[in-house]
Ligand binder design. Structure first.
Ligand code: ADP
Length: 209
């Protein structure tokens, strides 16, 4: 199956605080765009569950609500983006989260002769994300969803990751989306913005090139 937008595919980031709904939207958008959703959190959780060497290294950081060190995180993203399915584009969920990760991603894209098409920022206020995370804690029992760890993850987001929004804003890549309300509505808002920017074909345009 060949995809629509350009021969070299679509490369997007999803950025937003824990609980903003990145994972849910990433899966939907990846499907629409025909690219893999790459979630560093999911990769780490898979490795923890399967007790790999990487999992053993990442677990303590994750359980404490800390970021996994850049060296480890950059290495897994580097490897994942080399896989064949990412050659025609990708949607990164939860990466980059630090300025050092931004630099690494810049290097990776540059060496592949590609570039980002956009950075989707999911905006949700603090009370909403905390209540979503506490609800998820009840439902899924994720080991990093306790109230204390949640508070720490949010503080870390404010300190380390929120500044990246400005970085991508200066590059003219930022697509700000209201993350509140029904999941379908949020997807529709993102899709509308991607169509407006020519990243997704609009109604009436053929997806085939
Ligand atoms: P959330 O966005 O809700 O924090 P994720 O599933 O994206 O959840 O991430 C879970 C945990 O995995 C993070 O708290 C962190 O420990 C680790 N992690 C994920 N992505 C990164 C990253 N880019 N850099 C460092 N650590 C990461």
């Amino acid at each position: 199956m060949s995809r629509a937008t350009s021969e070299s595919g679509t490369r997007l980031l999803l950025i937003g605080p824990p609980g903003a709904g990145k994972g849910t939207q990433a899966a939907r958008l990846a499907e629409l765009l025909g690219v893999p959703a790459v979630s560093t959190g999911d990769i780490f959780r898979w490795n923890v569950k399967n007790e790999t060497e990487l999992g053993l290294q990442a677990k303590a950081f994750m359980d404490a609500g800390q970021y996994v060190p850049d060296s480890l995180t950059n290495a897994i993203v580097h490897d994942r983006l080399q896989e064949a399915d990412a050659g025609a584009g990708f949607l990164l969920d939860g990466y980059p989260r630090t300025t050092e990760q931004v630099s690494e991603l810049d290097r990776l894209l540059h060496s592949d002769g590609t570039h980002l098409d956009g950075v989707v920022q999911l905006v949700a206020d603090r009370d909403e994300v905390v209540s979503r995370l506490l609800k998820r804690a009840d439902e899924q029992g994720r080991s990093d969803d306790t109230e204390e760890v949640i508070r720490h993850r949010l503080a870390l987001y404010d300190e380390q990751t929120a500044p990246l929004i400005e970085v991508y804003g200066r590059r003219g890549l930022l697509i700000e989306i209201d993350g509140l309300g029904p999941v379908d509505d949020v997807t529709d808002r993102i899709v509308a913005q991607l169509v407006e920017r020519g990243i997704l074909p609009g109604d009436g345009e053929s997806a085939a090139s």
